[in-house]
Design a protein around this ligand. Sequence first.
Ligand code: SF4
Length: 113
Amino acid sequence: MTTASGEELDLLGLFALPPGALDWQQRAACAGHKPADDFYPRLVNRSRYEPVSATATALCASCPVRVECVRFGLTSGCPVGVHGGFNMGAKPDRERARAWLAESDRRTYAEAS
Ligand code: SF4
């Protein structure tokens, strides 16, 4: 399967998750949030998406599992939908998400040492 921008997806990664790997989703700020449109920006043309909704942006900004969610969105092999306020369907957003996650990890390790 390929994305709208022509990238190959590795969907098999989704089936190789160990038990409990997604337990963090139970603590998600969006748990129980129904309108799927808030977390799946529509494709405007071949490579451009509508902006991430204000609802998703606000929920993700306050979410206690944002780090886990962004890491999953970047590594699950299925880059679709909003994770941590970033649209994983859009390459520029994925690049911003990688930079955000790297900075978050750097801060976490700096605080631990
Ligand atoms: S970061 Fe956003 S999309 Fe991810 S679990 Fe939290 S509220 Fe949901």
